[in-house]
Design a protein around this ligand. Sequence first.
Ligand code: PLP
Length: 373
Amino acid sequence: MGTHVRAIKVRDVVEGIKEYKPGRWIEGAIKLSSNENPLGPSQKAVEAVIRCARLISRYPETLSSLDGCGCEAELIQELAGRLGVPPEGIVLGAGVDGVLDTLVKLFVENGDEVVIPIPTFSLYETLVRLMGGIPRFLQRDEQRNFEVAATDVIEVTVQKTKLVFLSSPNNPTGDVVAEAELRAILEALPSAAVVVDEAYVEFAERSFVPLVREYENLIITRTFSKAFGLAGLRVGYAVMDENLAREYKKVAIPFSVNALGIAAALAALRDEEHLKRTVSLVKAERAFLLENIPFKTFPSHANFVLVDVSPFTSKQAFEFLVERGIVVRDCSSFRGAGTSLIRISVGTHEQNLKVIDALESLYTRRRHAQDEY
Ligand SMILES: Cc1ncc(COP(=O)(O)O)c(C=O)c1O
């Protein structure tokens, strides 16, 4: 068997790619490493999954509204109504991850350049490299709370720049793109697609979806994984120019959003009460964390906070918290994030109290930072 395996060669580009490492999970610990909904899913979404389970032998597109479970077209219609955009400009995917995969396939050819301000969500880089694209990294400035400046983006673009990835709010830094900066980028680069990843937008003040009508090079990606609490079902979508959406559908894998995901997403969208409770809990608890964490923090518009644990390393802080039953994200795996940042998802009040307590006891050990703790 061994010799046969050695005869098979994967693409060169694959050999250089690092496997995606999700936030860690330790049995029994408080999990604040993947920015999930601290309240869990809407009960109505759970009921929809149970009610619609009987339909899973059918392809999602053939489901009809009559089953009470919804179909792709119904979910798109519901989203379009709420966002005030035409349904023809909305596409679905298996999470934002799935949408991003299709978008990169749609735009990036061998040797094309893609601007990625870092630190940010690592999948952008992986997908670009897989298509033979060249990521052009732009270091975000900690002194400016990591915010992206249009002039920096424009400065690194070249004729072969096909895409720009702006995450707003950005993971792991929590900052948002300023409207003036976004407009300047969209206007300066009319032939590059600008993806604004709004995975966490429900926790921010505003969305850039209304700008899609003005700029045909703007694409907004959104998800049901975070504020809607459906990370395990993998439902994401994008809003874009209608002509572009037609091209997108040629590239997308058919039926990438599963039937139960569609049913749950529809129920979650209609359960406005659960979304409201989630957003108000996260905003109040985010402020509570930012006020009480003894280390340096950064403003956040998302459901997580970024903490600079200097003089400790992020690895030391991570291990310290794990010993106390709390799992956060050590950001040293994010390109351009250095070695002293951790990202903590906003949890319930009880969980956040434990986080603050643990970080306070780490803080008191500052003088021993060179030692193990
Ligand atoms: C910025 C950003 N985009 C996209 C995703 C992936 O979202 P989804 O679960 O919809 O694939 C994440 C998940 O952590 C994220 O942080």
